[in-house]
Design a protein around this ligand. Structure first.
Ligand SMILES: Nc1nc2c(c(=O)[nH]1)N[C@H]1C(S)=C(S)[C@@H](COP(=O)(O)O)O[C@H]1N2
Ligand SMILES: [Mo]
Length: 323
C-alpha cells in the first residue's frame, strides 16, 4: 500500500511565518547564498551534461550483526525520498535528481582541524577501505522508517586518514548546493547548503557510515549520490546526502534543521521514543512498503534499535535536555 505524503507530517511545514520571512530577507540581502565558492566549477559543468548516471554494481562483503527486519523494496527506497534540494514532495527527488544532480567530477574535501587535509575523488574513496553491505533501519523524524542495504564503510577510515588534531571536537558535513541543477535551492525552506554535524566520537563510531551505494549498486541520485552519510541511530535528517566537504571543528556546528527550527530539532537528534517532537509523538512509526495505513504503527526503539552499540556514547547526558 502506498503511503501518501498527507498521512505524515512533512518537515517542510516546520517553518513558521517568521522564519520564512527572515530566510527570505537573508536571501534578499544575499547572505543566505554562501555557496558560490563550492559550486563555481559545477555550474559550468551543468550545462554540458545532465544525463542520468548508470548505476554500477559494487562488490561488498556482508557486515556482521545485521537486523533481521525485512528489506524495504527498492522502489520505495528510491521513490519515497527527502532531498529538499530537489523539492519537498516525496516524489520530487526521483523525478528530478537522476537527470539533474551533478555527480562528476566528484571531490570530497576533508579539512579543518586535521594534520593532513585531503581531497578524494570517487575512485580514491572506493580504494580507501573494503566496501561492506550494511543493512540499517532508517527512521525519519516524520514518523516513518525503512530498512536499507547500504554499501559503504565506516567514516572513521576517512577521518583517520586526515589525522584529526586534539582540538577537533566536532565534524561538520556540507552537502552539494548548486543552483543551476537543484531546483529546491530557489526555495528558502532551508538555509543552503544543507549542513549536518556530529560530535567527533559519534563520527568515529563504527556504525557511522560513508555510503556509496545501496542494493549492491552505486547510489541512485535521489538517495544522495555519489557519497552520503548514514548514521543509523539518529533521525534520518542527520544522514546528509551528496556531501562534498567534511570539516573538523572545535565548536558544535549548527545543522540546517536546527538553524531553521531550533525549538523542534536538536543537535543530537538520537531516535528516542520518549522524547516527542514538538508537534507529534515519536513513540511509533510506520514501515514504508510494509505497514499499510490501516495496520498498527510499530513501536520506535531507543537509538533506533542500536542502543547496545551506541548508548555508552551518551553516559551521564540528560537525553531529554540534549535532544
Ligand atoms: N542534503 C540533504 N540530505 C538529506 C536530506 C535533504 O533534504 N538534503 N533529507 C534528510 C532526511 S529528512 C531523510 S529522512 C533522509 C532520507 O534519505 P533517503 O531518501 O535516502 O531515504 O535523508 C536526509 N539527508
Ligand atoms: Mo527525515
Amino acid at each position: 500500500m502506498k503511503i501518501r505524503s498527507a498521512d505524515i507530517t512533512p518537515e517542510s511545514v516546520v517553518l513558521g511565518r517568521r522564519a520564512w520571512l527572515s530566510s527570505t530577507a537573508r536571501r534578499a540581502t544575499g547572505l543566505g547564498v554562501g555557496l558560490s565558492g563550492l559550486t563555481a566549477s559545477s555550474l559550468s559543468q551543468a550545462s554540458v551534461s545532465r544525463l542520468a548516471e548508470p548505476l554500477t554494481p559494487l562488490a561488498a562483503r556482508p557486515w556482521p550483526g545485521m537486523p533481521t527486519d525485512k528489506l524495504t523494496p527498492v522502489h520505495d527506497v528510491t521513490g519515497y525520498n527527502n532531498f529538499y534540494e530537489f523539492g519537498t514532495d516525496k516524489a520530487d527527488p526521483q523525478r528530478l535528481a537522476p537527470s539533474r544532480l551533478q555527480v562528476r567530477p566528484y571531490q570530497l574535501v576533508v579539512k579543518g582541524l586535521v594534520a593532513k587535509p585531503i581531497t578524494l575523488g570517487f575512485d580514491d574513496l572506493l580504494k580507501l577501505s573494503p566496501l561492506e553491505e550494511r543493512i540499517y533501519r532508517l527512521r525519519c523524524v516524520e514518523g516513518w522508517s525503512m530498512v536499507i542495504p547500504w554499501v559503504g564503510f565506516s567514516l572513521s577510515a576517512v577521518l583517520r586518514r586526515a589525522q584529526p588534531l586534539g582540538s577537533a571536537k566536532y565534524v561538520e558535513f556540507i552537502s552539494q548546493a548548486d543552483r543551476a541543477t537543484m531546483p529546491g535551492l530557489s526555495s528558502p525552506v532551508l538555509d543552503w547548503p544543507y549542513q549536518e554535524g556530529l560530535r567527533l566520537d559519534e563520527a568515529m563510531h563504527p556504525l557511522t557510515t560513508l555510503t556509496v551505494g545501496l542494493y549492491g549498486k552505486t547510489l541512485p541520485a535521489q538517495n544522495g549520490s555519489p557519497v552520503r552519510l548514514v548514521v543509523p541511530w539518529k533521525y534520518g535528517f542527520k544522514s546528509a546526502k551528496s556531501i562534498v566537504e567534511i570539516r573538523l571543528v572545535e565548536s558544535q556546528p549548527i545543522p540546517s534543521w536546527v538553524k531553521t527550527a531550533p525549538q523542534e530539532y536538536g543537535f543530537f537528534s538520537n531516535v528516542n521514543p520518549a522524547v516527542p517532537h514538538r508537534r507529534w509523538s515519536q513513540a511509533t512509526e510506520r514501515r514504508i512498503g510494509e505497514d499499510g495505513l490501516l495496520s498498527p504503527r510499530r513501536p520506535t526503539l531507543p537509538f533506533n534499535g542500536y542502543a547496545d552499540q551506541v548508548a555508552s556514547l551518551y553516559t551521564g547526558m540528560d537525553l531529554r535536555r540534549f535532544f
